[in-house]
Structures are given as C-alpha cells and as structure tokens.
Design a protein around this ligand. Structure first.
Ligand code: ATP
Length: 199
C-alpha cells in the first residue's frame, strides 16, 4: 500500500490543503493520505489557534466524502512534542510493508533542515513537494536537500495554485466575516460558526 502523510495545523482546513493533496494522490497513485493535525504547542500559547480536537473535527468534515483521505489523532494523543520523524516511525509500524510518502507544501520543504532529525525523514518516507521543481530554487537549497532532489529522492507534483491562506481566513473569521466563497468546505464553515471557534 502507498500511504501519504500530510501534517499541518489545519487552523482551519481549506481548499489549499485539499486540492494539491488530491493531485499528489492521483499523480503518485497513492492508496490513502492521512492528514495529521499537529497538537497545540504548549509553549506557544496562541489565543487564536483553535483547539487540536476542533481542528481534527474540521479536517474530518472536509474529507468525509473521500474514503482515500483520512485523518489521524496520533500527534494529539502524545504527552510530548510531536516531531514528524517520530510520527513517520509510528506510521511505518502502523502500515508495515507499505511505502510512505511525506506530503509537504513548498514552504515546509524549504524549512526541512530545521526539523528534528531531518536527514532521517528521507529514509522513512519519500518527500513529495506539492509544487513545481523549479519553484524550489534548487541552486539555493540546503546542499543536502539539493542532493536529494538531484538524486531523484524527492517527488514534485505541480498543481494549480490555490489562493487561500489560513492566516487570512482566521483574520476574516475573527472580524465576523465569512470565508470567501469556495475556500472552505461548507460543513467546516457550519462547524466553526456553530462553536464560534475564531470569535
Ligand atoms: P497558516 O497561515 O496558519 O500558517 P498554513 O496553511 O500555511 O496556515 P498548515 O495548516 O500547517 O499552515 O499547512 C499545512 C501545509 O499546507 C503546509 O505545508 C503548507 O505549505 C500547505 N499549504 C497551505 N496553504 C496552501 C495553499 N493555498 N496551497 C498549497 N499548499 C498550501
């Protein structure tokens, strides 16, 4: 089985978190993508961040109709900081014999060298960058990341850019405005309104 893992804060989930993932799933013929909402970092109290469980519920509401797109509470069940490398080890145990793919937005890919035990990530999963290879600016990359790209260890899946940002969405919601039409699945909009998540 080919399993994609896609971590993020999903605060809230929006179209930019869904369409590129579907494109990667199709392009790489993945059987499943597991969304992995991050726990709320205890040392970074950000009053505007919705609770982890509410972000998980929103992810599920957004993905409900697609059996291939699933959500895992793994990172929020830990009583310690969740690092991607640990989560990949967890999923390697959960899906023995499967090929793991680590789905990354371009910004996350460029930040990889600041992640814990980042050089091990590529041993555990194939990084999949949801952008064109040209966008990664290979000549300016960390030399080891550039080597991964040159050696074909990183997959790039180009997709139509989706002009939505969770930060902008939260700013609108805090001011009592609705998300721009089509940017957030309707069930998610209903849910975040029902519980006044960003007010
Ligand atoms: P914030 O504005 O809160 O930082 P974010 O969407 O960038 O939001 P995450 O929820 O952690 O933060 O994002 C998960 C992943 O989704 C990241 O790798 C990010 O690059 C990617 N992503 C976010 N928005 C888009 C978008 N519009 N198109 C493509 N990828 C996106």
């Amino acid at each position: 089985m080919k399993v994609g893992i896609f971590g993020g804060s999903f605060d809230p989930i929006h179209r930019g978190h869904i369409e590129p993932v579907k494109a990667a799933l199709e392009a790489l013929d993945l059987d499943r993508v597991v969304y992995l909402p991050t726990a709320r970092p205890p040392h970074k109290p950000d009053r505007r961040m919705a609770p982890a469980w509410a972000r998980l519920v929103m992810v599920e509401l957004a993905l409900l109709g697609d059996a291939r797109l699933q959500v895992s509470a793994h990172e929020m069940t830990l009583d310690r900081p969740a690092y991607t490398v640990d989560s990949l080890e967890h999923f390697a145990r959960e899906y023995p014999g499967s090929e793991l793919y680590l789905l990354l937005g371009l910004d996350s890919f460029l930040e990889l060298p600041s992640w814990r035990r980042w050089q091990e990530l590529v041993e555990l999963a194939t990084p999949v960058v949801m952008a064109r290879v040209e966008a990664a600016g290979v000549s300016n990359l960390h030399p080891e990341l550039a080597a991964w790209v040159r050696d074909g260890r990183v997959r790039f899946v180009a997709n139509r850019p989706v002009d939505v940002s969770a930060t902008e969405l939260r700013e609108r919601l805090v001011q009592g405005q609705d998300p721009a039409p089509g940017t957030v699945p309707e069930a998610v909009v209903q849910y975040l309104r029902k519980y006044s998540l960003y007010r």
